[in-house]
Design a protein around this ligand. Structure first.
Ligand code: URA
Length: 243
């Protein structure tokens, strides 16, 4: 156990180090996963905990959702739609919730909106298998209704842990529900899109949902502008005269 003197010395060196960082222009540090606090009663990490466990893998998070009964959607889903793609992806896309096709196949964004998302991913110079794709909700809301606040609240900790396990360099939120959930805001997507926001130290770009683009093709230009910003951040070449 460190004595009082040692602790004071440590704090003082840490302060000097942080001041040095600040002088070099660093004004924020990336979120560091804290070790999950063990339950006093059991000595194990709490079940369904929102705190990411150090070194937690996607499979660890998925296992906790396999038999999930935290909200009513577990009773009506066909399959859990956890997420798909590269577990060490540089780029992660977060959508709203599985639809009919996704529920049947157990994979996010495989329907019409998913085909458009694949085209966007390809236009950015990636394959679907390079990136990671998931949703705020892991189970289909019946009839594709909007996610309910209690469903989002129950599922959000798992999304957080999922994103911490992947640790992408950039997150793209597709549509209102993803952007508002991750950024904890009620601001409309039209105001949020177009610039990067901070999500636990990870740059997050909100943009319009592909399903919205299918109904409003004129808005594809805005999404492409947003994706060009993401490409630049990831060091991807943006084609000249790209509109
Ligand atoms: N829309 C979404 O938000 N997610 C999917 O997986 C499919 C459609």
């Amino acid at each position: 156990m460190a004595g009082d003197g040692e602790v004071k010395e440590l704090i003082s060196s840490l302060r000097v180090y942080l001041e040095e960082l600040q002088e070099t222009g660093v004004d924020a540090l990336p979120f560091v996963q804290p070790a999950s606090a063990p339950s006093r009663a059991t000595g194990k990490a709490e079940e369904g905990s929102a705190s990411p466990v150090r070194g937690e893998t996607l499979d660890d998070v998925r296992r906790e959702l396999e038999e999930c009964g935290r909200c009513q959607l577990g009773n009506t889903r066909t399959n859990l739609v956890f997420g798909v793609g590269n577990p060490a992806a540089r780029l992660a896309f977060v959508g709203e919730a599985p639809g009919r096709d996704e529920d049947l196949q157990g994979e996010p964004f495989v329907g019409e909106a998913g085909q458009l998302l694949s085209k966007i991913i390809n236009a950015m110079g990636f394959e679907r298998s390079d990136v990671y794709i998931c949703n705020v909700l892991k189970c289909r809301p019946p009839g594709n209704r909007n996610p309910q606040p209690d469903e989002i609240e129950k599922c959000h900790p798992f999304l957080l842990r999922q994103l911490k396990a992947i640790a992408p360099e950039v997150i793209v939120c597709l549509g209102t529900f993803a952007a508002q959930t991750l950024l904890q805001t009620k601001a409309p997507i039209s105001k949020l899109r177009g610039s990067f926001h901070d999500y636990h130290g990870i740059p997050l770009m909100p943009t319009f949902h592909p399903a919205f683009l299918l109904r409003n093709p004129a808005m594809k230009r805005e999404v492409w502008e947003d994706m060009q910003q993401v490409m630049r951040l990831l060091g991807k070449e943006v084609p000249k005269n790209s509109k």
